[in-house]
Design a protein around this ligand. Sequence first.
Ligand SMILES: Cc1cc2nc3c(=O)[nH]c(=O)nc-3n(C[C@H](O)[C@H](O)[C@H](O)COP(=O)(O)OP(=O)(O)OC[C@H]3O[C@@H](n4cnc5c(N)ncnc54)[C@H](O)[C@@H]3O)c2cc1C
Length: 465
Amino acid sequence: MDMSDAQGARERLVVIGGDAAGMSAASQARRLRGPDELEIVAFERGHFTSYSACGIPYWVSGDVPDRDRLIARTAGEHRARDIDLRLRTEVTEIDVDRGRVRARDVDSGAESWTSYDKLVIATGARPVRPDLPGMDAPGVHGVQTLDDGQALLDTLARTRGRRAVVVGAGYIGVEMAEAMIKRGYEVTVVNRGKEPMATLDPDMGRLVHRAMEGMGITMVNEAEVTKLLTGDDGHVRAVATERAEYPADVVVLGIGVRPETSLARAAGLPLGDSGGLLTDRSMRVRGHENIWAGGDCVEVLDLVSGQQRHIPLGTHANKHGQIIGANAGGGYATFPGVVGTAVSKVCDLEIARTGLREKDALRVGLRFESVTIESTSRAGYYPNASPMTVKMLAELRTGRLLGVQIVGHEGAGKRVDIAAVALTAGMTVDRMTALDLGYAPPFSPVWDPVQVAARKAATKIRATS
Ligand SMILES: Cc1cc2nc3c(=O)[nH]c(=O)nc-3n(C[C@H](O)[C@H](O)[C@H](O)COP(=O)(O)OP(=O)(O)OC[C@H]3O[C@@H](n4cnc5c(N)ncnc54)[C@H](O)[C@@H]3O)c2cc1C
């Protein structure tokens, strides 16, 4: 059916992708413009909308008791707000010249065209899946969607063995290692990088490595998976690298994502080096007045390096959605860019980062001093004060903060937000030293660990200037 002619005077906003960015955009546009002015049609190929993929590791671990808690807003709730949400419907083509999209009902295969006045592309990211033997075997699981999480839980319920191999040691890999430990599995993490958490410098990644080994996790670094071996029943039985085989009753993949921009590419929309869509500050696709894009399918401006980067995080996707919805709803909003803040944990170890790593700074020609300090989460004499390591990079001569990485225990991770604010404000480490942060013994030492690092960095910068 061609719905192109079904339009009346009111405008139609079409949204592709029904999760964080897409449904935030749809909801915000609806807040600004009622159904008599703006018709909103949202296509989602999966079973769910507005779900928290971020919560999947904690659902698998059992910390979150059931899937429905991860759904922020159901399809019914969106429909009640006059958003025409079409689940299990995949957009297969964007026809920019005629202002329409072609969609296919995933179950029946039926196809139809829907015209748009305004289009939002929020197709997210696609997990990396190397073309290796055994990759599709039963017992091998990604954790990108709620359906993936459910499939993994089904396997865990069926499988009697207790050996899990996690491939990849980014934040999803380490969070899944924790989930499997909590479920009583023997966990091996196979990682291509020198150390886990490649978003940190290797010296900080080394701390994560040691802590994970202390939790009983077997860490295999600098190892490339060559194939997944299967048993007579076809189920996965081991992960093979060039050097060894690691027995596995279940395999969890956390090896990164790429922007899901195949539709955009086919439609001739502008893509950056990472394959993410390029937008302006109002999240409008460059060169296209009536098309916006946001979330994991776009590149963002890194305010510290000045470069475009692909940083797929829910925190950005939600903000992009708000901005897009405001603009598509007739208002005005812009997204300034990011400083690259992220926080995660593995068991009781908290890991945080913001800004540039050493190699990022070198890549863009920034010269810097780097300092690393040890401190504690509370006053040293207060019960349960736990150790924390803070690494800080500051620009030579100017003393401008460039980046912070923190590895520690309870209370360590969210301290990175101090640095995120300082980075956004373009502060020097000297200025950070004088920040008026809260202090009482149960919360921090009298000098907060981030300020201890800033003070040391400021001293070093002064000595070398
Ligand atoms: C296990 C896990 C843990 C995470 N933890 C964190 C965290 O702690 N903090 C954080 O900030 N981020 C985290 N993230 C990342 C976060 O979930 C994503 O950044 C966020 O979901 C991106 O939102 P999005 O709307 O851009 O894309 P998605 O959430 O990927 O949604 C895109 C949607 O578009 C649909 N779609 C794609 N193509 C089509 C099409 N052609 N037609 C119809 N529908 C289509 C997809 O089915 C999907 O539902 C985590 C992700 C995972 C997988």
